[in-house]
Design a protein around this ligand. Structure first.
Ligand SMILES: [Zn+2]
Length: 181
């Protein structure tokens, strides 16, 4: 089962949950205050394409068994993608079970993650450097003012150069990044 991380937009409580995809929702009730917690997307850490692709084994190895591999492969086929023998399935990037976008082929490698982050308006860093350059999809989750103010401060702390950017621009970037579904 994949690990999902949620952060409460009211009280900032963070929670990590191992969930089957059938129970995954982009928002959950916060266990701490009863407010609304949004999923925090976690792009995978990558090295070179070769290192990244190596050692994952078959889909069954990755998912812990033939039954689960068959379930994911069947779901992927229904969505128009037939997983290859050497694909790496990346559950943290799947929007639902068998999401074709979550399969990384040896030919695509890191570029696939970069493209996916771009499409979703996410940034990612590490061996894959990516900053969203196009306008990401419209947000569907409401974020509280408190959450937006706190994250804006954090962003400026990480990158003081952002302080000179128009506040509204930072704010929109933040809403779009966090509220993506
Ligand atoms: Zn809370």
């Amino acid at each position: 089962m994949p690990l999902f991380e949620y952060e409460c937009t009211d009280c900032e409580h963070r929670e990590e949950l191992l969930l089957p995809f059938s129970e995954y929702t982009p928002q959950r009730k916060c266990v701490s205050c009863g407010g609304s917690a949004c999923r925090v997307w976690a792009p995978p850490h990558l090295d070179t394409d070769t290192v990244f692709m190596a050692g994952h084994g078959t889909l069954a190895d990755q998912l812990g068994g033939d039954d689960e591999a068959a379930r994911v492969a069947t779901a992927a086929k229904k969505q128009g993608y037939t997983p290859g023998y050497n694909d790496v399935y990346c559950p943290t990037m799947a929007s639902k079970v068998g999401d074709p976008a979550a399969f990384i082929t040896p030919g695509d490698g890191k570029q696939h993650i970069r493209d996916l982050c771009e499409k979703r308006g996410m940034s990612c860093y590490g061996r894959v450097e990516h900053k969203p350059s196009e306008r990401p999809p419209k947000p569907k989750v409401r974020l509280s003012e408190k959450f937006i103010r706190r994250r804006t401060k954090e962003l400026i702390k990480q990158d003081p150069g952002l302080a000179s950017k128009p506040k509204q621009e930072l704010r929109e970037q933040l809403i779009e990044t966090h509220a993506f579904r």
